[in-house]
Design a protein around this ligand. Structure first.
Ligand SMILES: Nc1ncnc2c1ncn2[C@@H]1O[C@H](COP(=O)(O)OP(=O)(O)OP(=O)(O)O)[C@@H](O)[C@H]1O
Ligand SMILES: [Mg+2]
Length: 265
């Protein structure tokens, strides 16, 4: 996916994204961070053509969100999951939710049921296929929303603060699910305010006033003295290293970081 000098505004004269350029390569796991209002959700909506750039282009392979005839294919290939699990449930059961998207793609019946089962299995929600939304926890609703997206067999999953309404355990489970989907080849773009989740990504994009302020590995962003990282709350593992006056070889897993510390004694 390529953002090529993208400008966006909701009101003329009030730019929200300015000349935003980056490329996400197949198989990457990218975290996107930035202050409230920095343009993260706007960028997320531009990825699948929910919004279209005022200038520049958003491309997915040969497809361009500015081409109306490309939009169906783009939405098949780039799936979005939003923050509030309640807002995304439109049908009466988990299975219906997954099937609904496939009906829109006109997937044949037999294929539909095969894909729906596989998607529910991938998010460990097979046992809840007939459950109604009100019978589910927030984390289960998010997993159902992800199942509905992955049943469409997308290449990219874009999550806009999909973990923010979940408790620590629900969050942890969702991150594990993202990693398992990533290992199976899905490209992941994870927008989050949780710095600990950023360490789990291979690459971080930091948005600042609609511009790209950092693009690189999380370890560098959080390492001692990084200018872009100054304004950020450091992840637990990075704070631990700083408190000990050490360089920050932070790993995605703070337990692993502590093990590294032990090994250094
Ligand atoms: N529908 C809209 N109409 C007008 N302005 C909007 C709209 N949506 C967002 N904005 C404005 O665009 C800017 C970027 O908003 P956006 O939601 O993309 O930020 P964000 O980085 O996702 O913030 P947050 O961390 O709070 O979710 C903000 O100034 C916001 O007020
Ligand atoms: Mg947002």
């Amino acid at each position: 996916m390529v953002f090529d000098r993208v400008d966006y505004d909701y009101r003329q004269g009030e730019p929200v994204l300015r000349q935003l350029s980056f490329a996400i390569h197949p198989g990457e796991f990218v975290a996107v961070i930035g202050a409230n209002g920095s343009g993260k959700s706007t960028a997320a909506k531009l990825t699948n053509g929910l919004l279209q750039p005022r200038a520049g282009q958003v491309r997915l392979g040969p497809l361009d969100t500015l081409n109306r005839q490309d939009l169906v294919k783009i939405r098949e290939r780039a799936g979005l999951v939003f923050q509030n699990p309640d807002d995304q449930f439109i049908t009466a059961s988990v299975l219906d939710e997954v099937v609904f998207g496939l009906e829109n793609l006109r997937v044949p019946r037999a294929e539909m049921s095969r894909r729906a089962s596989a998607a529910l299995r991938a998010v460990q929600m097979e046992a809840y296929a007939d459950a109604a939304p009100h019978q589910l926890s927030g984390g289960q609703k998010q997993r159902a929303a992800i199942a509905a997206v992955i049943a469409m067999q997308p290449e990219i999953l874009i999550l806009d603060e999909a973990t923010s309404m979940l408790d620590p355990q629900g969050r942890q489970e969702l991150i594990q699910l993202l990693h398992s989907l990533h290992r199976q080849g899905l490209t992941i773009i994870h927008i989050t305010h949780h710095m600990d989740e950023v360490l789990a990504a291979e690459r971080v994009l930091l948005l600042c006033g609609g511009e790209l302020a950092y693009d690189g590995p999380p370890s560098e962003l959080f390492s001692n003295g990084s200018a872009a990282g100054q304004a950020l709350e450091l992840p637990f593992a990075a704070r631990l290293f700083q408190a000990l006056g050490l360089e920050v070889p932070v790993s995605a897993d703070w337990k692993e970081t502590i093990e590294q510390l032990w090994a250094m004694r």
